[in-house]
Write a protein that binds this ligand. Sequence first.
Ligand code: SF4
Length: 365
Amino acid sequence: MGRQPNDFSVKSVKGQTGATPGPATVRRRLLAWYDRHRRDLPWRAAPGATADPYHVWLSEIMLQQTTVAAVQPYFRRFLQRWPTVTALAAADLDAVLTEWQGLGYYARARNLHACARRVSEAHDGRFPDTEDGLRDLPGIGRYTAAAIAAIAFDRPATVVDGNVERVVARLHRVREPLPGSKPRLYDLTATLNGDHRPGDLAQAMMDLGATVCTPRQPDCLICPLTGVCLGKAEAETLPVKAPKKARPVRYGVTFWAGRDDGAVLLRRRPEEGLLGGMMEFPGTPWVDADWDLGAAKPHAPVAAAWQALPGRVVHGFTHFRLELTVLTGTAGPEHEDGVWVRPRDFGRYALPTVMKKVARHVLGS
Ligand code: SF4
């Protein structure tokens, strides 16, 4: 096949001269590759079929910060329990949070529920079919709106996730480090937009990044872009990432208040903020300096002879590392602010991973 008029142009790339891959070539090669190698994912429509916007939206929210492999069982369970957005809107928030356990970032689950309600009540159960309309919904930012518009409604949209950033940085040999290079990578991705199968094109980019143009050892020999990729000789060094700042450490003290009948006190975290609305064992605020246990005890939910357990519970959040000291004590029967739950029933409550670690720390000790 002969070279098409806009397939290659000669352009300066950060002071170098080289052939810049043309969008028509990249689109054509990606779509041909996608038709043969697309991943079979439970939220994807069959080739040529129309995707269900509810499935696309649900998967995109779940996939934020989580892997495809981890999301699949959650996606199936959600669909089984709430087969439509209207059914999800009618669900109890606690049931949604409980089903979400293990996916982390509970604000997403709360927004998921709020979004389902909005779609159900304000849009008659149908997702808006434009990026602008989608961005008006809770929990839907630029990336997610673009992904749903492209995949569910086949609208041209610039869909840039981590996989796409990597492919585009290599394809165009962008050596400027992330995150500063994000606007440039976005603009370069946007040059690929076109009216022909935009949803498949977006998914082809994602799939290529996930299966061929992987972070380590990209398989350039089988890549459909190998003939036009400027960065393949240095692929493993791209995209360059600015050094990460060390995560700060925060400290807290958690109170495991047990009753004689084995029940333990749980309370709900405030609706706003980290792990909003989830259940927890009561504790101190999480602060920058380690706690003196004498200073921590006034935060105890009940009066008890508190004993510190040896060791600590350590949990990594995105922006900080948390170290929790756990104090155990036997409480009297009365306490208004919280619920008493036997450990075998913890699964009925939306306990975040860090609190499950606390439970394991106590029950395993
Ligand atoms: Fe990635 Fe290699 Fe393909 Fe370039 S040729 S896009 S580096 S897999």
